[in-house]
Ligand binder design. Structure first.
Ligand code: PSU
Ligand code: MN
Length: 312
């Protein structure tokens, strides 16, 4: 079995030369958005990363091997397969590997692969979190524990309103994970810019963010970081509309006994249906915004590292 990450030539060369690289996940492609928008978005993310100075490393499991850096054909395959491909979180990695299966990686599994490959910055749409009603279901995404144990900085648009944002922030605090809000005082709520929860920390420049990620890395803290980047105003959704759709989708999931790994994909697609796909447009816009910021942070880290001798 190959226990190393299979790197694309482009990713391998960039990592060897200390050039900026950002990780991208693949569950968002297979389970987070419908085809063909998912493939279009994933390919556009790669182009955007390059435009802002970073090599994109989209991660997945293919034929039992961990990959960082996919071809357009591999992305197209994951997008077309959609929910027929396995959603792979940390717990699933040894299973799909031994069975030589394919899998789309969640934030948790992508962080794991990124860290093995030596990638420090990762962009996605939203992270998993503590679900509403978790006090009885115990449904808490493995993404949160991964953030507590793997030194990768995840740029996202905040926990989605389908989650319990207050409990998610508490859980991240317990896990020792910094949550840094970019140019805002409150935690954004994915489709909207303000969840009403105060951000634990605010940063106003890319240089500041890069310094924080470098400190996390240099200290070998063995834990990650969340950078929350609000959706651009132009694409923000009406909070009432999204709230109503969310409450309806959460109630339906409960009634239909949707559980485990099915919960998040069900809620995402149901909310898209209930909002007449307006949520999908917002979702795509915020992912692009996060990819740009992650690429800028990775590029700035590379510049800062080149300018300053290592502090060992
Ligand atoms: N948030 C999104 N889109 C997504 C996801 C989260 O806006 O597609 C995916 C991510 O891959 C995340 C996963 O890691 O859902 C969380 O799933 P769960 O709640 O089952 O841990
Ligand atoms: Mn879950």
């Amino acid at each position: 079995m190959n226990y190393k990450v299979v790197l694309s030539e482009e990713v391998k060369a960039a990592l060897a030369a200390g050039k900026p690289v950002i990780a991208l996940e693949s569950t968002i492609i297979s389970h987070g958005m419908p085809y063909p928008q998912n493939v279009k978005t994933a390919l556009a993310c790669q182009r955007l990363a390059r435009r802002y100075g970073a090599v994109p490393a989209t991660c997945a499991v293919l034929n039992g091997e961990l990959h960082a850096g996919l071809t357009d054909e591999q992305i197209d395959y994951l997008g077309r397969a959609g929910r027929n491909v396995k959603k792979v979180s940390r717990r699933d990695i040894p299973v799909v590997m031994a069975r030589m299966e394919d899998g789309a990686t969640t934030v948790a599994a992508t962080m794991f692969i990124a860290h093995l490959a030596g990638i420090k910055v990762f962009a996605t749409g939203g992270i998993g979190g503590v679900h509403r009603g978790a006090e009885t279901t115990m449904d808490i995404s493995a993404d949160l524990n991964e953030l507590g144990r793997t030194p990768v900085a995840v740029v996202c648009a905040g926990p989605k309103s389908v989650l319990d944002i207050g409990l998610t922030l508490e859980y991240l605090e317990t896990q020792g994970v910094p949550v840094i809000a970019f140019r805002t005082d409150t935690v954004p709520a994915f489709y909207t810019r303000d969840s009403g929860f105060d951000a634990p920390c605010r940063a106003d420049s890319v240089e500041e963010l890069a310094g924080m990620v470098s400190a996390m890395d240099g200290l070998h803290m063995n834990s990650g970081m969340v950078i929350v980047n609000p959706i651009p105003e132009k694409y923000e959704m009406d909070p009432d509309k999204i709230d109503k759709a969310t409450i309806k989708a959460v109630a339906e999931a409960k009634k239909k006994h949707i559980e485990g790994r099915e919960v998040t994909p069900f809620l995402l697609s149901r909310i898209a249906e209930l909002t007449g796909n307006a949520s999908l447009d917002s979702n795509i816009a915020l992912v692009y915004n996060n990819v740009c910021l992650a690429a800028k942070v990775a590029s700035t880290m590379a510049m800062q590292a080149a300018a300053e001798p290592a502090r060992e």
